[in-house]
Each structure stands twice: as structure tokens, then as C-alpha cells.
Write a protein that binds this ligand. Structure first.
Ligand code: PEP
Ligand code: MG
Length: 599
């Protein structure tokens, strides 16, 4: 049990902090505060001309030492984390990134400043590019640059990397931020949960915590200032809530929730390989969204029926030139072969605007979310596009692969993309290279114009995949990464429901498949309406699959259809949410979910 003696002297504070739900689950335990060396405060010094080359040398040695430090971390990564060493390899490449490495040297030489200052300036420049990216995954990569620059600065300032490998009891880690190197160095069997001031859903701490099923709450702002080592805390990773110094009643309540959650997890894991079939026999295909090959294992473990969205951007990042056809083919083939006979849906490159890839020449844009992104970029970069199309067609010969184009806003874009696909097929044919000519072609529906044109678009493709992350952003005019308007980002907004319904109807009328791969599909609260729509498949973060499949098995298609009709009559999100709550509320706690809310 917990040591509660101190509470008799001083009343409990019950200090509640709200952060971002990084990884689900409940943990109760003592905090362990990870102190950070303060290397953010870098002083500017001018260097005499005769000392410039020495300063450049000092910088190069700092980078070299950082490479050696990362190499030894990579060598010591424990078995269960080997899948995540790609992050550390990416950091290795970032150390030599042209903009950071050459940029720092140029600043030292041009402005006669000390190496620390030059690193800070070069890194700030690169970070500002990342921070403007519309996609949260890429925006979050700014933190990778910070971690890498801290390694270099630590060496220049003689601070050395922080060492947290010595934790000797099971604790809740509280840190300002954690680099992947720090996370992987921790004795993870001693970590009950992670709390960080910085970071969001897509930060590496979140990704690693989710894959290891350790609860995490991120983006807490100032947790490190409010929580001290040994403070008793409750972490609710599903709700993003932290309670420091809880009273007895709160402790008991969360202990019960923790037991319920764990029982529920054990139950859904046991049942994750059963099909997602409703009580009246309707089978919903439940697939996974992945970003890197390494996630395939977790998709299979969690009973995913296939890959509904393979975001292919990762292979284009942190490198001087775009990947070759062979490299792409090897990667796609591996995913296709391991998943076979299940389907793998490869989305062509969704990069551009300010979505950054060091090997690609991209212009600065005022409004990157409305700029040269996704299919627009691919159609204007025929060489890069053709290379990817050839690789996908070749991989399709070795598995059940289909292709889809992102951010379609005009019928012409689909027509042109298909022409290029045909050209790629012809060139493979001429070269005698094996490929599949029968690949299914889909369009992502994530722009309002595509919703309106769905009946016409449906004549051009074999399936639609509704990307609600962008569809909500573009239709409700809510920047998907802007915290200020996050409360208005509402998947159950009547306008969103009507748009989804329209797309499904157009697809059914044309006899083509219709899927959903936005985050909306992975939240159990939205399932009754989505089931009522009769989507053919939903695709989500692999970790959400078992719970979603379980909930499908508790619902009936017939009732969900009637429920959808009621939901579509509601004038506001609040009313739709209330309807979900009134109708399905009792099911959510039974299935271990939190009650639906409007936040
Ligand atoms: C979407 O927009 O819903 C989607 C799945 O694509 P992404 O999140 O990669 O933009
Ligand atoms: Mg999108």
C-alpha cells in the first residue's frame, strides 16, 4: 500500500494537472524528477580571427563526441526497445545535417562567434522551419533537433549527457523533456509512467510509451516545477490527467479504475484476434495506420486486419537526396510480404509546403497547409513521383497492395496521377521488371471540394479513404495543430457527420469501397455513428485496435443505423455528444473507455 503518514500532518493538496494523453493506462506511485542541465542559456562571445579555425575544430570535436555517445547508447539499447533505434540513427544523421553542421561552421566563420552561439543560431533556424509544418508528426520533429543540439552543446560546455540509468526503484518519471537517447537508456522495468512538460501525442516519448504500454501524460507545461521527487502521484494516461499529493478518497477511486483498466486490457488483448463482428453479424474491417516498417509487428499482435494507411514520408526525411526506387521497393515489399494476405494501403508522399525533407527543394510558403502539399507536390515533381509509383507497383506484385493519393481537391489531380501510374507501369513493362498491373487505386477525401465532388470522383477510383484529420481542419477552418482552437476541433460536429455520410453514399452508389483513416476512426466514442454509416473499413493507430474491435462486438448494425439517423438530426456537437452519452454511455465504462465529452 501507499505511505500515507505524512498526510496526517498536512492536508493533501490534490493538485490536478491537465496535459496531453500520451499513452493510456493508470499508474500510482512516487515521482522521480529528472533534473536537466541548463544548457539553454548560451552566451554569445566574439572570437578573434586567429582563433576561428580553433573554434570550428572545437565544434567538430563536440559533434564527433556526440556521435560516439549516441553509438554507445545504440549498442546498449535493451532488446525490447531495439525497434526504436531508428530514432537514434536518425539523430546520428541529424548531427551531420547540412543546415545544422555546415550552418554552424558558416556562422562561426562569417560572424566570428563562439561555437555554442553558432550552434544555437543554426539550430533555431532549422527548428523554425519544422515548427511551421502543418502535420503534428513533422512539427514534433523540432524536438529531435533540440535533443541533438543539446548533445553537442553539452559536449562544448563540458556538461555531458544526463544519466538516468541508475534509478533503482519503480517510479513515475517527471522530466521537462526526454530525448529518445534518454528514454532508451532508462531501466524501463522501473518506470511506472512518464510525465513531461513538453511533447505531444506524436513525440517519441509518447510513441515509445505507447508501444511499451507504459502510461504517459505529456505537454504538462510546468509539472517539473510543481512536482518534487517522492511526491505521491496518480497518472491517468487515457485522460491526460495527473493528480499530485492525492487525498484518500481520490486514491481509492483511481486504484479501482486502475484495476478495472488492467482487467479490461487483459480481456481485450485475449480477444483482439477475434473478428470485429456486430451482434447482428456485420463484419467491420479494422485496420492500422503506420509510419514506419517497425510498427507492422504491433499491427499483427493487436489483431489488425491490414494496413489502411501507410504514411510514406518517413523515408524522405533527414537525408541529402530522396530515396532510390530500390530502397522504397525494399521497404514496401517488406511491409507487403509480412502483412500478406492482408491488404496494405500505401499512400503516396504527403509532403510539401513546410513539411520538411532535407533532400527536397521546397519553397517558403505563407500558408503551408494550403500550399504545395501532398499530391500537388508529387504532380509537380514527376521524377520523385514516378520513382515512388514504380516502387509501389513492384511491391504490389509481392503482396496485397493498393495505392492512394492524398489531399485530392480536383478531379484532374486523380486523372493526372492515374496517367502517371500508367506511365510508370509501361516503363516497368518495357524494362521487363515484374509488377502488378491490377493495383486498386484510391483517393483520400480530406478537402471539402472532394466531398462535394465525391459522386464524380467515385467514377475515377476503386475506393475512397476519408482523412478526417485534414477534413476537419479544412472544413471547420481549425488549424489541426493550434492549441488555441483545439476545443473547436470536433469530429462529431454535425457538418463533419453530414460530409462523411455524403462521401459514403457517393461511394455506395458507385459501388466502390469506402474507408476512414483519420484519428476520428480510432476513438470509441465515434464508433456508433461510423458503424451506422456502414463504412467498409476503419483504420487507426495500432494500439486502439483491440478496444475498437471489442466495442464493435457489443453493438448492432441495425441499432447503429437508427442511431445515426437521430445523430444527423442534431443541430450542434453538444447535442450529438449528449445523444452518444445517453444511448451508449453505459457501454463505455463497461468497455473501459472514458465517458464521451465535448473537450
Ligand atoms: C488525415 O488527414 O486524416 C490523414 C489520415 O492523413 P494525415 O494525418 O497523414 O494528414
Ligand atoms: Mg491528411
Amino acid at each position: 500500500m501507499f505511505d500515507t503518514t505524512a498526510r496526517h500532518v498536512k492536508p493533501a493538496l490534490n493538485l490536478t494537472l491537465q496535459g496531453i494523453a500520451g499513452s493510456p493506462g493508470i499508474a500510482i506511485g512516487k515521482a522521480y524528477l529528472v533534473e536537466q542541465e541548463d544548457i539553454d542559456v548560451v552566451e554569445k562571445r566574439f572570437v578573434k580571427p586567429e582563433n576561428i579555425s580553433g573554434e570550428v575544430r572545437r565544434f567538430k570535436e563536440g559533434v564527433k563526441k556526440a556521435q560516439q555517445q549516441l553509438q554507445s547508447v545504440i549498442e546498449e539499447v535493451p532488446g525490447e526497445l531495439k525497434d526504436h533505434t531508428y530514432i537514434l540513427h536518425a539523430h546520428m544523421m541529424l548531427l551531420k545535417d547540412r543546415m545544422i553542421y555546415n550552418g554552424t561552421i558558416e556562422h562561426i566563420e562569417r560572424e566570428s562567434v563562439n561555437a555554442e552561439w553558432a550552434v544555437k543560431i543554426a539550430v533555431d533556424e532549422v527548428k523554425s522551419i519544422f515548427k511551421k509544418m502543418p502535420d503534428p508528426y513533422f512539427r514534433e520533429r523540432a524536438s529531435d533537433i533540440t535533443h541533438v543540439s543539446k548533445l553537442i552543446l553539452g559536449n562544448l560546455l563540458g556538461a555531458g549527457p544526463s544519466n538516468i540509468s541508475h534509478i533503482d526503484k519503480r517510479v513515475i518519471i517527471v522530466a521537462h523533456d526526454l530525448s529518445p537517447a534518454e528514454t532508451t537508456q532508462m531501466p524501463l522495468e522501473k518506470v511506472k509512467a512518464f510525465l513531461t512538460d513538453l511533447g505531444g501525442q506524436t513525440s517519441h516519448t509518447g510513441i515509445i510509451a505507447r508501444s511499451l504500454e507504459i502510461p504517459a501524460v505529456l505537454g504538462l507545461g510546468n509539472a517539473t516545477q510543481l512536482i518534487m521527487t517522492d511526491t505521491l502521484i496518480i497518472v491517468d494516461g487515457s485522460a491526460g490527467v495527473v493528480i499530485a499529493d492525492p487525498d484518500e478518497e481520490t486514491l481509492t477511486r483511481y486504484q479501482e479504475r486502475k484495476d478495472l483498466f488492467e482487467q479490461y486490457q487483459a480481456m481485450i488483448t485475449r480477444s483482439s484476434h477475434l473478428p470485429a463482428e456486430t451482434t447482428d453479424g456485420f463484419h467491420l474491417t479494422v485496420m492500422a495506420n503506420i509510419e514506419v516498417f517497425e510498427e507492422v509487428v504491433s499491427v499483427i499482435d493487436r489483431g489488425g486486419d491490414g494496413i489502411g494507411l501507410y504514411r510514406t514520408e518517413f523515408l524522405y526525411l533527414n537525408r541529402p537526396t530522396p530515396p532510390s526506387e530500390q530502397e522504397l521497393f525494399d521497404n514496401y515489399r517488406d511491409v507487403a510480404e509480412i502483412m500478406a494476405p492482408r491488404t496494405v494501403t500505401i499512400r503516396t508522399l504527403d509532403i510539401g509546403g513546410d513539411k520538411f525533407a532535407s533532400g527536397l527543394e521546397l519553397a517558403e510558403e505563407m500558408n503551408p497547409a494550403l500550399g504545395l502539399r501532398a499530391i500537388r507536390f508529387s504532380l509537380q515533381s514527376p521524377e520523385i513521383f514516378e520513382t515512388q509509383l514504380r516502387a509501389i507497383l513492384r511491391a504490389a506484385n509481392l503482396g496485397n497492395v493498393r495505392i492512394m493519393f492524398p489531399m485530392i481537391s480536383q478531379v484532374d489531380e486523380v486523372v493526372q496521377a492515374k496517367q502517371m501510374l500508367n506511365q510508370a507501369a509501361e516503363s516497368l513493362e518495357k524494362g521487363g521488371i515484374p509488377f502488378s498491373p491490377n493495383i486498386e487505386v484510391g483517393a483520400m477525401i480530406e478537402v471539402p471540394s472532394a466531398v462535394i465532388m465525391a459522386d464524380i470522383l467515385a467514377k475515377e477510383v476503386d475506393f475512397f479513404s476519408i482523412g478526417t484529420n485534414d477534413l476537419i481542419q479544412y472544413s471547420l477552418a481549425i488549424d489541426r495543430v493550434n492549441k488555441q482552437v483545439a476545443h473547436l476541433y470536433q469530429p462529431l460536429h454535425p457538418a463533419v457527420l453530414r460530409m462523411v455520410r455524403r462521401v459514403v453514399e457517393a461511394a455506395k452508389e458507385a459501388g466502390i469501397g469506402v474507408y476512414m483513416c483519420g484519428e476520428m476512426a480510432g476513438d470509441p466514442v465515434n464508433l456508433p455513428v461510423l458503424l451506422g454509416m456502414e463504412l467498409d473499413a476503419i483504420s487507426m493507430n495500432p494500439i486502439s485496435i483491440p478496444a475498437l474491435k471489442m466495442l464493435v462486438r457489443m453493438l448492432s448494425l441495425k441499432e447503429s443505423k437508427l442511431f445515426l439517423e437521430e445523430a444527423l438530426k442534431q443541430p450542434t456537437t453538444t447535442e450529438v455528444v449528449k445523444l452518444v452519452q445517453d444511448t451508449y454511455g453505459p457501454l463505455f465504462p463497461k468497455a473501459g473507455f472514458s465517458q464521451p465529452s465535448q473537450d
